[in-house]
Design a protein around this ligand. Structure first.
Ligand SMILES: Nc1ncnc2c1ncn2[C@@H]1O[C@H](COP(=O)(O)OP(=O)(O)OP(=O)(O)O)[C@@H](O)[C@H]1O
Length: 261
């Protein structure tokens, strides 16, 4: 593909003492892709996400976002360039209502230095927050304290908070973890519909292979800090190495990629 990737890692490397958590990771993600990141515990998924979002400096390598190096930039700066991470702001004020959390997220997205002296609740912000909650089908919870809403709804609010900033790219950390089985597909259907409507590129870490197989256009499989497979879901989930090292034995490519911990 000749088009500039939206996110690109070049020879990304990270060690923690003797542990190599990321080893020569070369990945190019293009606009509109929905990429699933899989791997067993300790495979390096979080390390990779933390590096590309600015939370963790790589030991070596380069990270490009929209053709610009983002190496060394603070997470907030990277967020403001258009890369949103689902849990970044969601946990800021668990005691606030759903709407107020949305207003905080919007305020942070709008001003480089959010100030508590500026009013949070302007009519324009309330309108935008309500419209976003509606898009996710959770407007009925606007006045509920965020910790008091069902887990699936809370997840949707988390993602709505990330999307309210109109990011180009959205990184999700296990969007369906802790969500009741019967809620998982409806939740992902809502997220994917909104994401598609807004043309957002998505990268998400997920242990549930059913979710991965159903929603992503491409999988990155991590093992021991390396990307051992990168391609369409059918191909990657059928890969012998992935079946042995990631998905585990006897799951036919659709089991959980790790023991519950
Ligand atoms: N801050 C740290 N200090 C020391 N070692 C770390 C640190 N963060 C990660 N590691 C190590 O780096 C390796 C990769 O960890 P990472 O958290 O990226 O894996 P993961 O694939 O996200 O696992 P999980 O599915 O359990 O979240 C592991 O061996 C881990 O112990």
């Amino acid at each position: 593909m000749s088009q500039t990737p939206i996110l690109e890692s070049r020879s990304l490397h990270r060690t923690f003492g003797a542990v190599v958590a990321a080893k020569d990771i070369n990945v190019a993600i293009h606009a509109g892709e929905v990429v699933g990141v899989i791997g067993s515990n300790g495979a390096g998924k979080t390390t990779f996400i933390n590096m590309v979002t600015g939370f963790l400096p790589p030991s070596a390598g380069e990270i490009m976002f929209n053709g610009r190096s983002i190496l060394g930039l603070a997470p907030r700066k990277i967020t403001r360039m258009g890369m949103a991470r689902s849990f970044q702001v969601a946990q800021l004020f668990p005691e606030l209502t759903v709407l107020d959390n949305m207003l905080v997220a919007l305020s942070i997205a709008e001003s480089p230095l959010p100030s508590f002296l500026r009013p949070l609740r302007t009519p324009e912000r309330v309108e935008k927050a309500e419209a976003t909650l509606k898009e996710f089908g959770v407007a009925a919870f606007r006045d509920h304290q965020v910790t008091a809403v069902p887990q699936g709804t809370r997840k949707l609010v988390d993602i709505a908070m990330a999307l309210i900033a109109n990011p180009k790219m959205l990184l999700l950390d296990e969007p369906t973890s802790g969500v009741a089985v019967e809620e998982k597909f409806p939740l992902m259907d809502s997220v994917m519909e909104v994401v598609r409507r807004h043309g957002v590129t998505v990268l998400f870490v997920e242990h549930d292979m059913e979710i991965v197989a159903r929603y992503v256009s491409r999988i990155l499989a991590f093992y021991a800090g390396e990307v051992i497979a990168d391609g369409p879901p059918d191909q990657v989930l059928d890969d012998a190495k992935v079946r042995e090292l990631v998905v585990g034995h006897g799951h036919g490519g659709h089991g959980r990629a790790r023991r519950s911990s």
